[in-house]
Design a protein around this ligand. Structure first.
Ligand code: PMV
Length: 329
C-alpha cells in the first residue's frame, strides 16, 4: 500500500489567458489530495473517493464491466473523476512498464471538486506518484507534472494548460507560459483568503466561451492580451516584494475576467465583500462560473466578511504550500 499527496492551488494571475500562450502565476496552497493505492491481483481498478464533493463513492471498473456509479453528484463530474483516475493509472502502468497492473485506489481530498482550486490536478499528480511507487518506480516531480498534464489534456479535450499540474507537482508559486514552467523563488508572504460558493464551473464550457469571444471581437482578444500584461507586471511586483501592487493587479485581473464572461453573481459578491473589507486585492480563481475567489489580506477582516456574505458557503485562510507531491505514510 502506497500513499502520496499533492496540493491544490489558487491562481494569483493569468487563468484563461494562459490557454493562449500568455503567462500565469498559480500558487500551491496547503489543501491536499491524498491518494492511496494497493496493487490488485487482477487488472481492474476500484476507486473509493472520500472527497468533499464525491463523498463516500466507490466504483470498480476495468475488464469487461461497464460500471457507472450510482451517486448523487452530476454525471459529468463523475465521468471526469473516473477519466482522471483512469488516465493517471495508465500513465503509471506505462512508466513502470506494467500494462496489466490493477489497483484499489482511495482518494481523500480537502479540495472541493471543480471549484478552481485544482482538485483534479492534485488527484492525478498524487495518483501517478503513488501508483508508480507501488510498482517500484520513482519518478521525479517534473516527470510526474508532465505525465499529469497528458492526463488533463486528454480528459479536457485539449483545453488544458500545464499550470495546474506543474504547480501541484512542484509546490510553491510557479510561472507558466506554454511549455515553459518554472518555480518562483523568494516570493513574499502572500496572505491568501479563499471564499467558496459551494458551486462548480464547467471548465471546458468556460474556456470555449472565452475562445468564441476572442474570435468574434478584437477587443476580447485585447482583453486576453491585457491579462498577460497584468501577469508580467505582477511577476515584477512579486520580485520586488510589493504585495500591495500584487493586490491591485489581482483586482484588475478580476475585472478583465468578468469582462470575458467567466465570473458569476456569487463570485462577484465575494470579491466585493473582500474589497469592502479592505483586502489588498481579490479575484476569482480558476475557470470561474462558480467556485472560489482568492483575496489577499493580512488582517482577519476579509475572512470575517466572507463568512457573512450570502452565497459564500465556506471561507478559509490558505498558506502557500512549498511542498509539491510527496510520499505519505
Ligand atoms: O478551474 P481550474 O482549476 O480547472 O482552472 C482552469 C484554468 C484555465 O486557465 C481556465 C484552463 C487551464 O487549463 O489553464
Amino acid at each position: 500500500m502506497t500513499t502520496s499527496s499533492a496540493p491544490g492551488k489558487v491562481y494569483l494571475f493569468g487563468e484563461h489567458a494562459v490557454v493562449y500562450g500568455e503567462p500565469a502565476v498559480p500558487c500551491a496552497i496547503e489543501r491536499r489530495a491524498r491518494v492511496t493505492v494497493e496493487a490488485r491481483a487482477d487488472d481492474r481498478l476500484q476507486v473509493q473517493a472520500n472527497d468533499l464533493t464525491l463523498d463516500g463513492f466507490t466504483v470498480t471498473w476495468g475488464g469487461d464491466a461497464d460500471d457507472r456509479p450510482d451517486v448523487d453528484v452530476p454525471a459529468p463530474l463523475v465521468e471526469a473523476a473516473m477519466g482522471y483516475i483512469d488516465g493517471a493509472v495508465e500513465q503509471a502502468r506505462e512508466a513502470a512498464d506494467a500494462p496489466e497492473a490493477g489497483f484499489d485506489v482511495t482518494i481523500e481530498s480537502e479540495i472541493p471538486l471543480g471549484a478552481g482550486l485544482g482538485s483534479s490536478a492534485a488527484v492525478v499528480v498524487a495518483c501517478i506518484d503513488a501508483a508508480t511507487r507501488e510498482l517500484g518506480v520513482e519518478l521525479d516531480a517534473a516527470t510526474i507534472a508532465d505525465r499529469a498534464f497528458q492526463v488533463e489534456y486528454e480528459v479536457q479535450d485539449g483545453e488544458a494548460s500545464r499550470a495546474d499540474t506543474f504547480c501541484s507537482a512542484m509546490g510553491g508559486a510557479v510561472h507558466v507560459q506554454g511549455d515553459d514552467c518554472r518555480r518562483l523563488t523568494d516570493v513574499p508572504n502572500l496572505p491568501f483568503v479563499v471564499g467558496y460558493d459551494g458551486g462548480t464551473g464547467d471548465t471546458g464550457e468556460l474556456v470555449a466561451g472565452v475562445r468564441a469571444l476572442r474570435e468574434e471581437y478584437g477587443f476580447a482578444a485585447d482583453t486576453v492580451a491585457a491579462i498577460g500584461d497584468i501577469v508580467r507586471r505582477g511577476k515584477g511586483a512579486l520580485d520586488e516584494d510589493d504585495v500591495e501592487e500584487v493586490g491591485r493587479l489581482m483586482d484588475f485581473n478580476h475585472g478583465l475576467l468578468s469582462a470575458l464572461g467567466v465570473s458569476s453573481r456569487s463570485l462577484d459578491a465575494m470579491v466585493w465583500a473582500a474589497r469592502e473589507a479592505d483586502a489588498l486585492g481579490a479575484k476569482l480563481t480558476g475557470a470561474g462560473g462558480g467556485g472560489c475567489v482568492v483575496a489577499l489580506d493580512r488582517t482577519e477582516q476579509t475572512l470575517t466578511a466572507l463568512e457573512y456574505t450570502p452565497g459564500c458557503e465556506e471561507a478559509f485562510r490558505a498558506e502557500l504550500d512549498t511542498d509539491g507531491v510527496r510520499a505519505e505514510r
